[in-house]
Design a protein around this ligand. Structure first.
Ligand code: F6P
Length: 543
């Protein structure tokens, strides 16, 4: 049996047969047949409640999915990741983001050396730095407290800390101000810096490699801005800190050694929030709350490692995703946080899921013969309801959705929250059960309008609920999705921890840059579209 090609396994075939047999099953039928379905297809663990009853699954479906996971070696793959094996094979690295939040006190060995002391040491240095900022003792060379912190980073070095700073704003110091500049477009840096003043501004350069074009350009731009605002050359380093796995490059840029916070090759960029990349978050919410977030991650890590799959939240989310992508042809997956603080959570998950599992080659280097990671997208509820939910309810594609909400709001105007929760529950209900013509006719809707007012229903969703948004809950939610991605990578037999797909565009941009400036001739391999675009821009600029 060729286990690399998942579609050839008997477990995959059994799921295919099962999906075919049940193709006509409607969620309304499933609910009608089992009055306890809402309870039976829900799991609460680690304070997170997952209701997956509005997926077209039966106990048999779940059993078949668990069998597939077993056949794909999920158990041993989990052991391999937490055993610090080099599972990121194409980069020859272990995958140890979990070690950043491991409070067990056990050694985590990479090439024989325990990495835990270094993790603790950096966290202690981050703690001291965060406390210095929060107590107004971190002064600029001009003697003013640094109160405006500008994170310069992109991808995982931006989305994670930005998302978490927004998510945990309720717990943040209000006299400290955080900004995130990622885009290479000079507008991002210029508009961010326009109202700021160098005397109280600290730049945190977040870059694992410290070579990323966007971040290096923005760091250079920040340095020019300081110089233009009369900060003496000798005082520049007083305005910079860095989170990086390349401390030598940070030193060469001019960051003082005591302000360089290291992380390591074995942390993927999109998994790096719990590392030094989380420095702005720690500054915002304080070291204690940051630790609470890490404990949340850790609790979810332990849940993932030790819970039976039937009640294992990341495993369930992953398998339901596989069921949708591979057996119901779902090409996209939407995430709707019904919480304004989580407004960047979908963007964060977009990188996590799509950079990890957007792969078309399996671990043996062969084309996969099945779909892998879907397009992930989303917006905060209830905004989406008034924009694109029309398509979710009556469009031609069924889009599996995750609704994420909290039982209690952190803010006043409690009746708003009540209305919002009601909307969240209503949306998943409408998606699942729709509205039939028969029901509409009873409401006196004219015959001619019936086709337009009908809702087909049978559109799948998960609902994820927690009591309230705390740092600990945020850590759990992030780890939940991280491990979901891991499980799916195992089942799809792809490498989830590399990202070679981002390389080609980067190297082509290097070739195009001198062409745009007029310093290079058309290369023989330049396509005519690119050539014409360059010519068009150059002509317009001259005019
Ligand atoms: O190009 C993609 C990527 O490597 C992401 O994986 C990463 O999060 C981002 O760029 C930023 O990389 P760095 O932290 O090295 O600047």
């Amino acid at each position: 049996m060729d286990r690399h090609n998942r579609t050839r396994t008997s477990e995959w075939q059994a799921l295919r047969q099962h999906a075919k047999k049940n193709a006509k099953l409607h969620l309304s039928d499933l609910f009608a047949a089992d009055p306890e379905r809402g309870r039976r297809f829900s799991v609460t663990a680690e304070g997170i409640h997952l209701d997956y009853s509005k997926h077209p699954v039966t106990s048999e479906t779940m059993e078949l999915l668990f069998r597939l996971a077993r056949a794909c070696g999920l158990e041993s793959e989990i052991d391999r990741m937490f055993g610090a094996e080099k599972i990121n094979e194409t980069e020859n690295r272990p995958v140890l983001h979990w070690a950043l939040r491991d409070f067990s006190g056990k050694a985590v060995r990479v090439d024989g050396a325990d990495v835990s002391p270094a993790i603790r040491q950096v966290r202690e240095r981050m703690t001291a730095a965060a406390e210095k900022i929060r107590s107004s003792r971190w002064l600029s060379p001009g003697g003013r407290p640094l109160t405006h912190i500008v994170n310069l980073g992109i991808g995982g070095s931006d989305l994670g800390p930005q998302m978490a700073c927004q998510a945990l704003r309720f717990y943040s110091r209000r006299d400290l101000h955080f900004y995130f500049v990622s885009n290479l477009d000079p507008t991002h840096l210029a508009e961010t810096l326009r109202p700021l003043s160098p005397e109280n501004t600290l730049f945190v350069i977040a870059s694992k490699t410290f070579t990323t074009q966007e971040t290096m350009a923005n760091a250079a731009g920040a340095r020019s801005w300081l110089l233009e605002h009369s900060v003496p050359q000798a005082a520049l380093s007083g305005h910079f800190a860095a989170a990086t796995a390349n401390p030598q490059a940070a030193l060469a840029f001019g960051v003082a050694p005591e302000n360089i916070f290291e992380f390591w090759e074995w942390v993927g960029g999109r998994y790096s929030l719990a590392s030094a990349v989380g420095l702005p978050v720690m500054m915002a919410i304080g070291p204690e709350r940051f630790t609470e977030m890490l404990r949340g991650y850790w609790n979810m890590d332990n849940h993932f490692r030790s819970s039976p799959w039937q009640t294992n939240l990341p495993v369930l989310l992953a398998l339901l995703g596989i069921w949708q992508v591979n057996f119901h042809d779902a090409h996209t997956h939407a995430v709707f946080p019904y919480d304004q603080y989580l407004r960047r959570f979908p963007a964060f998950l977009q990188q996590l899921e799509m950079e990890s599992n957007g792969k078309c080659v399996d671990r043996a280097g062969r084309a996969t013969r099945y779909s892998t990671g879907p397009v992930l997208w989303g917006e905060p509820g209830t905004n989406g309801q008034h924009a694109f939910f029309q398509m979710l309810h009556q469009g031609t594609q069924a889009v599996p959705c995750d609704f994420i909400g909290f039982c209690r709001s952190l803010n006043p105007y409690k009746d708003h929250h009540e209305q919002m929760l009601a909307n969240m529950f209503a949306q998943s209900r409408a998606l699942a059960f729709g509205r039939s013509r028969a029901g509409l006719a009873g409401e006196g809707i004219p015959e001619t309008l019936l086709p337009f007012r009908e809702f087909p229903g049978n559109r799948p969703s998960n609902t994820i609920l927690a009591e309230e948004l705390t740092p600990e809950v945020l850590g759990k939610l992030i780890a939940l999705y991280e491990h979901k991605v891991f499980v799916q990578g195992v089942l799809w037999n792809i490498f989830s921890f590399d990202q070679w797909g981002v390389e080609l565009g980067k190297s082509l941009a290097k070739k195009i840059l001198p062409r745009l400036a007029g310093n290079a001739e058309t290369a023989p391999d330049e396509d005519s579209s690119t050539r014409e675009l360059i010519t068009y821009c150059r002509c317009r600029r001259r005019q």
